[in-house]
Design a protein around this ligand. Structure first.
Ligand code: FE2
Ligand code: FE2
Length: 240
């Protein structure tokens, strides 16, 4: 018989810091792709396209930097502890994603030289983003299928996972060239429930002061592209 007074499943779940952290980055990357590949380009002004290029680079860098941190630190650390772990598919996917990303960056370079080049944007760049999205989703799913809660329960203590999560998070922060834009981008790339979990990891100074009040002017131009931002007005969304 169902008992509505029993503890909720979330309270009973053991904590998996790495799965939690990786899941949040994967969610942010995936959500930003939804914006990129579905970009409608109805406002063909150079100013709007320039913002789209800038936002895209930040969103794609999140994927590139995440994969680089996995290649340089995370995967070698996992293999050291679990020598039988086969990450060759994921490593191959990383190198394919990187070459696809470089091609997409080259298209952005071209567009930024001539922001009036509508056919480049609509016929080359947006389809290339769609292909990159498909490859990215395939990769994230492959990673989530192997590096899941069961895997970490079997091989790592919660303390070990926390230590690895801290290194990964520091690597992510180092890659942020402009925290006043890129931090809010990460925060507002998440759906409300995932953002709530992410906020629990952040100090008050960031979530209660810097992001909502101090940094607002820096990231305001990109708000129309943010996946889920409380400051996103209907008028701004209609520009997409
Ligand atoms: Fe990952
Ligand atoms: Fe990866």
């Amino acid at each position: 018989m169902g008992n509505s007074n029993s503890a909720t499943p979330t309270e009973e779940k053991p904590y998996h810091p790495l799965v939690n952290g990786m899941g949040m980055v994967h969610t942010a990357v995936q959500n930003n792709f939804e914006t990129l590949k579905n970009y409608k380009d109805e406002d063909t002004s150079a100013a709007k396209r320039k913002l789209f290029c800038e936002f895209s680079r930040m969103a794609l860098n999140m994927l590139l930097n995440h994969a680089a941190a996995e290649d340089s630190y995370f995967f070698p650390t996992l293999k050291q502890k679990v020598p039988e772990l086969d990450l060759s598919l994921m490593e191959k996917q990383h190198s394919n994603l990187e070459s696809q990303l470089q091609k997409v960056y080259a298209l952005y370079d071209e567009l930024e030289k001539d922001l009036s080049n509508t056919s480049l944007l609509r016929d080359k760049l947006i389809p290339a983003l769609g292909e990159l999205y498909d490859a990215t989703i395939e990769h994230l799913n492959a990673e989530d299928a192997i590096l899941n809660a069961e895997f970490f329960d079997a091989h790592f203590t919660v303390e070990e996972q926390k230590a690895m999560g801290k290194v990964m998070s520091n690597k992510g922060k180092q890659d942020m060239k402009n925290s006043s834009i890129e931090f809010p981008l990460m925060v507002y790339s998440l759906d409300a429930e995932t953002r709530e979990r992410f906020f629990r990891l952040l100090p008050w100074i960031l979530k209660g002061f810097l992001i909502p009040y101090v940094w607002y002017k820096s990231y305001e131009p990109y708000i129309p592209f943010f996946y889920d931002c409380p400051f996103k007005t209907e008028q701004k969304q209609s520009n997409l």
